[in-house]
Design a protein around this ligand. Structure first.
Ligand code: SF4
Length: 248
């Protein structure tokens, strides 16, 4: 398949392509929000075995651990957990304190680097392609994401990039997909416990993330750079132009 065609595929077709092409070298990366759960459910209908990776920052809400148990029981998946390097984490806490994220955006981003970004980057060394539940409608910083990108030599897929809230909700209801318990408590985006609060009616979905900050993109650095750009990510078209056939 011409990989440029992948960008036009519906979510299920793109996920099927990744699962069959990369098999054990492909994983769904999720924090068990609705979109990630849709991908897990979809994958379970396409193949018998697939990988799921999550990052345990050490500061997750109890309900997220419940979701790991739920996914294990419902889908028979042994969720792979990426964790911070203990030396880096000890150094962070020793130097800046356990709750440094409240003091400045720089320290918050440092915490996200140590607890989230670097552990995931290390874990992604075990895959050639990975899928996430990003959608363009989730926030301004995500409005231009592609379904297929190349990040550090690996394909990052966002099969639900063009899905609406309604499409997600319809899929969840049709297939009785498990919901993270915090949605029922008013959360519309779910991350670490000390850095996430419920949102108020009318607020943007990610307003509850790092709610004390202003003028800083509500991103941890995994998907979007701290300055709000996605320049770390090459679009597939650019990659194809520079390296024809590089992805086999
Ligand atoms: S969300 Fe908060 S606790 Fe979690 S890694 Fe980022 S700054 Fe640290």
């Amino acid at each position: 398949m011409d990989y440029r065609e992948l960008e036009t595929l519906p979510a299920e077709d793109l996920l099927r392509w990744a699962l069959t092409t990369y098999q054990h070298a492909f994983a769904i990366v999720t924090s068990f929000q609705l979109e990630g759960m849709v991908l897990i459910d979809m994958a379970s209908r396409l193949v018998d075995h697939f990988r799921v990776i999550t990052v345990d920052t050490g500061r997750l809400p109890e309900e997220t651990y419940t979701m790991i148990e739920t996914v294990r029981a419902r889908y028979g998946v042994h969720v792979e957990v990426a964790a911070p390097d203990p030396v880096e984490l000890a150094d962070l806490i020793h130097t800046h304190g356990p709750n440094c994220f409240y003091r400045s955006p720089e320290l918050r981003l440092l915490c996200c680097q140590v607890r989230k970004v670097r552990p995931l980057e290390r874990k992604l060394g075990t895959v050639q392609a990975w899928a996430v539940g990003l959608r363009r409608l989730q926030s301004e910083t995500r409005a231009t994401i592609s379904k297929v990108e190349l990040v550090a030599g690996r394909f990052k897929l966002s099969p639900l990039a063009d899905w609406t809230d309604q499409q997600v909700e319809e899929y969840v209801q049709r297939h009785d997909v498990p919901r993270h318990p915090l949605y029922a408590k008013g959360y519309t985006s779910i991350g670490c416990e000390p850095c996430t609060r419920p949102t108020l009616p009318g607020e943007p979905k990610r307003a509850g993330r790092w709610w004390w900050e202003s003028g800083v993109p509500k991103e941890c650095g995994i998907h979007v750079l701290p300055n709000g750009t996605v320049t770390r990510l090459q679009s597939f078209g650019l990659v194809c132009a520079a390296e024809p056939g590089s992805a086999g």
